[in-house]
Design a binder for this molecule. Structure first.
Ligand code: NDP
Ligand code: MG
Length: 395
């Protein structure tokens, strides 16, 4: 083997200070001969970014919030890590020749531009930031095909499907079946949901995650975004993607083939496993993660999602069917709605109301360019923000 093959892969982590980012650093720490943190970015959590840079000695640390630049720069002045500030710095650095994989773990629309920059530079993407594919799936997959960049899923459901597809002919896939835990309000009706609090919604039964995705899980929007993500990652149509509720989160997703055979990927809910799989792909790495045992699970259950009560899931399907900038509209509306719910400005059910109102009111564009996506995102945010104050959305 050549000398080069023994060198660790250089990893850029966008959103290093979040839930996925910190778990990615744990995977890197457990496999120092295989992976090296080369670039770490954060939005505004200067303290944690500094601690991470001191521990992992990346070549670069980027703090997107420019007001925190001096704090990070001074703290790392005596180290080999170079410090930069601003969103643009992250977009430029992800193209560096030294980087092997860019792990996208920032939250929401903010992931779009750096992901596009990395794809154009031909980098492999370990993709956690699903919103990027929701907003601009067609553009992203077209750019990836052109540059040879591979999209390696980190989202647990998509990692499961990716694993089920290994060695299979894509043409033999009949449908994808995404599992959903159902979130903390599974089985509840609209009357109950109209009064739920932020604290209740932030308590996910099986996963500890960032606040935005935790709320998305409670509303089933997370599953809606994942349906759109799956459409682009695996090149399947909306009709061939099914959602089934599986409260134990052990079966992470399934693929049904054209002979009726169904393959599933199972394991305990632990994001470090799909993160590790994406970074090491096509290899599997040994680890000490806790193992699944049937003795701990007397039964694994499956049920249909309640799409009358949890309207975000059918809204996401509708947006995917309509295509164009519609998924971008629901993503922006959802980001504003979740932020408003987290500030107690609107009630739980108000989130779906805001999204469906934006779907009706924002101008539809059938074949959007990148600029159209940026404008749609901006326009939808302004419109949705105004809805918070103008409409009696609070439960
Ligand atoms: P967190 O909120 O925990 O972390 C988000 C990260 O992104 C932080 O590093 C944050 O920096 C940074 N960030 C936030 N806003 C911006 C911005 N405007 N510009 C640049 N950086 C920003 O999120 P999660 O780790 O939970 O989720 C990250 C992504 O992964 C999401 O797209 C989510 O849907 C997806 N995902 C997450 C899973 C999970 O288990 N958590 C599972 C599957 C997918 P700072 O800390 O400084 O604010
Ligand atoms: Mg998921």
């Amino acid at each position: 083997m050549s000398e080069l093959k023994h060198q660790p892969k250089n990893i850029a982590i966008l959103g290093a200070t979040g839930s996925i980012g910190t778990q990615t650093l744990e995977v890197i720490q457990e496999n120092p001969s295989l992976f090296k943190a080369w670039l770490l970015t954060a939005h505004s959590n200067a303290y944690l970014l500094i601690q991470q840079a001191l521990q992992f000695a990346p070549a670069y640390a980027v703090i997107c919030d420019e007001s925190k630049y001096m704090e990070v720069k001074n703290a790392l002045a005596h180290t080999s890590t170079q410090v930069l500030a601003g969103h643009q710095a992250a977009c430029e650095l992800v193209t560096a020749a030294e980087i092997d994989i860019v792990l996208t773990a920032m939250v929401g629309f903010s992931g779009l531009e750096p992901t596009i920059a990395a794809i154009k530079a031909g980098k492999d993407i370990a993709l956690a930031n699903k919103e990027t594919l929701v907003v601009a799936g067609e553009l992203i997959t077209t750019l990836a095909r052109a540059s040879g960049s591979r999209l390696l899923p980190v989202d647990s459901e998509h990692s499961a499907i990716f694993q089920c597809l290994a060695g299979e002919d894509p043409a033999s896939v009949e449908k994808l079946i995404l599992t959903a835990s159902g979130g903390p309000f599974r089985g509840r009706d609209a009357e109950f949901l109209s009064a739920v609090t932020r604290q209740q919604a932030l308590k996910h039964p099986n996963w500890v995650m960032g606040a935005k995705i935790t709320i998305d899980s409670a509303t089933l929007m997370n599953k809606g975004l994942e349906v759109i993500e799956a459409r682009w990652l695996f090149d399947v149509q909306a009709d061939d993607i099914e959602v089934v509720v599986h409260p134990q989160s052990i079966v992470h997703s399934l693929v049904q083939f054209n002979d009726g055979s169904v393959k599933a990927q199972m394991g305990l809910p632990d994001m470090k496993l799909p993160i590790q799989y994406a970074l090491a792909w096509p290899n599997r790495l040994q680890n000490q993660f806790k193992r699944f045992s049937f003795a701990d699970f007397a039964s694994l259950t499956f049920e249909q999602p309640d799409t009358d009560t949890f309207k975000n899931l059918p809204l996401a399907y509708q947006a995917l069917q309509q295509g164009g900038n519609m998924p971008c509209i629901i993503n922006a509306a959802n980001e504003v709605a979740v932020a408003a719910f987290l500030k107690d400005e609107i009630g739980f059910l108000g989130m779906s109301d805001m999204i469906s109102e934006c779907m009706v009111q924002i101008g539809f564009i059938g074949k959007p360019s990148l600029n159209d996506y940026l404008n749609t995102d901006k326009e939808t945010r302004i419109f949705a923000q105004n809805l918070i104050t103008k409409m009696p959305l609070k439960a």
